[in-house]
Design a protein around this ligand. Structure first.
Ligand code: GLU
Length: 480
């Protein structure tokens, strides 16, 4: 059997859609699972749609996700003569024809069809009318021309799709597709087929939006006497309401998710599970790339549209955040923290690496993405403002609150530097509080955070340190 070879064939048109990341991942997983090659091919023959830097961006993004391709990336625009050769070959065999219609005529005919509520298609004027003499004359006069696919009449085109089974389409529904444009560039269809064949691609894995193109491709394979690869069309990603995942409803670019503090591994894990799971009663949801390679099977990819569940993404991301060491978390989180106003305004001593790492230690288990780092811990970075009534546990009077805060001060003053650890601080304070837990801990916690809800006072004093904790207690007392 031939070596398995898949490809990811993006066009450099800007950001990478989250659905395309999934396509790339599935193509990668299938190749690696089968000891095959994963090829990167840049489909840049539609010059108008290319954006500067698009190729570099695609490569960098794939690398971030460790979707490393085999061999050098293949850039279609560097191989124009190859496509032209095959287009001419199809004309010679009678499977394609020259078309000299200009844009104006095509636009008019299209308008007419739309007005008549017909699906717009080329009206085949040059297929029916051009004589060899006319063609020769037009060529001598250097008239611009395209080469079009001569779609056979009255045929049902049938092909197999690994996920969908047999797909059938009437040839009357297929347009005489342009294969080679007047500027000498191939269209997507021609370049795609020629390259899939020449690169010995065994499985064409791509999004469902390309399904309507596949019958045209099948005809090109036939015309060139080439065996087609296996086709695998992945379902679209959907919102919870089953509408197509699109920019209007929220983020769709991989970059948007990275900017929100989702980790690459988590995002990849998440997209793997949109429309696929290992089956056999497995409930595992966190998979490394190696595990995905091990368990992935194309046959288990779901046929129905795949719903994108942002809550699940948050959950998976939180699992990956939990696994990071504090150093790793710091390295990843600091750039997000630095964007926040509350952080920028904080005094220097509250921006030290040591201090931030302590905050991260208490936030780590609660974080769903790195963008929100520090959001619920702003009290660590700034002076507090709060209503003094918040200091009261149940119906405590001002006098009782003051006594409680003074007691807390005294306890903390006596804790030695060595004991200033989360666990021993908790032990000491719980012992001293005895039955008066709420009365001691609530005013203390509010004095330190100014918040109704926050991490425990033991964690907070540990981060703030003795001096700052005592200072905040003093400030609370003076409010009373
Ligand atoms: N260039 C196409 C795209 O941008 C590739 C489709 C295919 O994989 O055949 O998605």
């Amino acid at each position: 059997m031939n070596k398995i070879r898949t490809r990811f064939a993006p066009s450099p048109t800007g950001l990478l859609h989250i659905g395309s990341l999934r396509t790339a991942l599935y193509a990668y997983l299938f190749a690696k699972k089968n000891g095959g090659d994963f090829i990167l091919r840049i489909e840049d023959t539609d010059q108008k749609r290319n954006v500067p830097g698009g190729v570099k961006y695609l490569m960098e993004t794939l690398k971030k996700f460790n979707l490393n391709w085999d061999k050098d990336p293949y850039i279609q625009s560097e191989h124009l003569e190859v496509y032209k050769k095959y287009a001419e070959q199809m004309v010679a065999s009678g499977d394609a024809y020259y078309c000299f219609c200009d844009q104006e005529r095509l636009d008019e005919s299209r308008k007419k069809q739309v007005a008549e509520k017909k699906a717009p298609m080329y009206d085949q004027l040059c297929r029916r009318n051009s004589t060899p003499e006319e063609i020769k004359k037009n060529m001598e006069n250097r008239c611009p021309y395209t080469i079009r696919l001569k779609v056979p009449e009255n045929r049902v085109i049938v092909f197999d799709d690994v996920i969908r089974g047999k797909v059938r389409i009437e040839s009357s529904n297929i347009d005489d597709q342009v294969l080679l444009k007047s500027d000498g560039f191939p269209t997507y269809h021609l370049a795609n087929v020629v390259d899939d064949y020449l690169m010995k691609i065994t499985h064409v894995i791509r999004g469902e939006e390309w399904l309507p193109s596949t019958p045209k491709h099948v005809l090109i394979y036939e015309a060139l006497n080439w065996e087609s690869p296996k086709f695998v069309h992945l379902s679209l990603l959907l919102n919870a309401d089953k509408s197509k995942l699109s920019k209007r409803q929220g983020d769709v670019a991989v970059e948007d998710y990275l900017a929100k503090g989702y980790l690459e591994e988590a995002l990849l894990n998440f997209v793997a599970l949109i429309g696929w799971n290992p089956g056999q009663g497995s409930t595992q949801e966190v998979f490394s790339l190696q595990e995905l390679i091990k368990y992935f099977e194309l046959e288990k990819v779901h046929k129905a549209g795949a719903v994108f569940d942002p809550k699940k993404l948050d959950w998976i991301n939180s699992q990956y955040i939990k696994k990071l060491s504090i150093d790793e978390l710091y390295q990843k989180a600091i750039k997000f923290l630095e964007q926040k106003e509350f952080f920028q305004k904080a005094p220097t001593e509250k921006k030290s690496e040591e201090y931030i790492k302590k905050i991260l230690q208490i936030e780590q288990d609660r974080l769903e993405n790195l963008f929100s780092v520090g959001e619920s811990s702003q009290f660590f970075f700034q002076d507090l403002e709060y209503d003094k009534n918040l200091l009261a546990w149940k119906n405590m009077s001002g006098e009782e609150i003051k006594n409680s805060l003074e007691k807390a001060q005294k306890i903390l003053e006596e804790v030695s530097g060595l004991e200033w650890r989360k666990d021993s601080l908790e032990k000491i304070m719980m012992e001293k509080a005895g039955a008066q837990r709420g009365e001691l801990l609530w005013p203390l916690r509010v004095a330190l955070t100014g918040e109704k809800k926050s991490p425990s006072p033991f964690e907070v004093v540990w981060v703030l340190g003795k001096e700052e904790s005592l200072k905040r207690l003093e400030a609370a007392i003076s409010r009373l």
